[in-house]
Design a protein around this ligand. Structure first.
Ligand code: NAD
Ligand code: AKB
Length: 317
């Protein structure tokens, strides 16, 4: 993959992806960037992704060949300021795609989301090609972004690849303003022996994925032969689906005294518009995708990792 730049690299995904990429390609071949520097380590550059000159300067300085473009505002946070979210999510993507068009970088990764689907989509086993009528500005930016990626590929030959992540669950960092955040937050409360108030209804089923699977998918789609990538919008990706109550019951097997209450807020409307399950047949056939983790394995791994983490360095929620 040559020399890699990650935008938005200090977020929930970036913290894990940068480690995985450094392990695979070497510390000096991965440049992490973000709009702030809290938690930065290794080769790091401050970058506001809307600043096209600064982006180009970093790409030229480090002779970047591949960009993992993660910087974005997520679904719940995006609703607080829709126009700002649209500007940031779209301008950031255009700045990166233009570098591909000018052949200043060779490969681009764009993470899309289950947020592209909406109430008129098929919400059970949402197929690769479905009506996409997102209810959030985040979802609108992702579905538009997917079509722009396809456009830059078809018109300018830009090798941009994308997957629609489900809600991602990881122990490495806290999530940044999404609708699926409860599925990470709940573990922190359980490990601290505190009760958890869930912002979604008990029976609100959503597609999720454990971070190691998501990172493997990201690297696999980027490493796949160019002929294998037949979809240039974004690939559906399936891990496992569960409701908050099902997740709670699974955690309770390990933490019998753990208690949950439900107080749905505006994020419930977003969750109701998203698929409950995902069909990722095309990713399996085209580039051999197969998820490894199920909910039981994910819960055990999350709890054991967080237990160690809280002993070593307590996290403030
Ligand atoms: P996050 O909110 O944790 O991280 C986003 C990062 O972008 C943050 O570190 C933030 O500081 C940075 N950022 C914000 N504004 C910026 C700007 N102007 N310039 C540069 N950086 C800026 O999000 P995440 O969960 O790490 O998501 C990463 C990507 O994956 C996003 O594109 C998101 O849409 C996508 N995604 C995530 C999930 C998930 O469950 N986490 C699911 C689907 C898709
Ligand atoms: C969010 O909830 O906004 C993200 C996503 C599924 O895109 N986790």
């Amino acid at each position: 993959m040559g020399k890699i730049l990650i935008t938005g690299g200090l977020g929930q995904v970036g913290m894990v992806l940068s480690k995985a990429l450094k392990e695979k390609y070497g510390d000096n071949n991965v440049v992490v960037s973000d709009i702030h520097e809290k938690g930065a380590s290794g080769v790091f550059e401050l970058l506001d992704i809307t600043d096209v000159e600064r982006l180009r300067e970093i790409v030229q300085k480090h002779k970047i060949t591949t960009i993992f473009h993660l910087a974005a505002i997520l679904s719940a946070k995006g609703e607080a300021d829709p126009l700002w979210t649209w500007d940031l999510n779209m301008q950031g993507l255009f700045n990166v795609l233009e570098l591909g068009k000018k052949k200043l970088v060779q490969k681009i990764f764009f993470p899309s989301s289950i947020a592209v689907f909406g109430k008129q989509s098929k919400l059970i086993n949402a197929p690769q090609s479905s009506i996409t009528d997102p209810v959030t500005v985040y979802g609108i930016s992702k579905v538009s972004g997917e079509y722009w990626c396809q456009y830059y590929h078809n018109r300018y030959g830009v090798d941009v690849r994308s997957i629609r992540y489900p809600g991602l669950i990881g122990h490495q960092s806290l999530p940044g303003g999404g609708t699926t955040d409860y599925a990470v937050d709940i573990f922190h409360y359980a490990v601290k022996n505190e009760d958890y108030e869930c912002f979604l209804k008990a029976d609100s089923c959503l597609p999720m994925m454990y971070m190691p699977d998501a990172m493997r998918a990201t690297i696999e789609v980027m490493e796949a032969d160019v002929e294998a990538i037949k979809i240039r919008t974004s690939y559906n990706l399936n891990g496992f689906s569960f409701t908050p109550e099902e997740l709670y019951q699974e955690i309770k097997k390990h933490k019998p005294d753990f208690k949950i209450t439900y107080k749905p807020d505006s994020r419930q409307t977003i969750a109701d518009s998203w698929p409950k399950t995902i069909d990722d047949t095309e990713a399996m056939i085209h580039w051999g995708w197969q998820s490894n983790f199920n909910i039981q394995e994910m819960v055990m791994d999350m709890l054991s990792n967080l237990k160690v983490k809280y002993i070593n360095e307590p996290i403030k929620l």
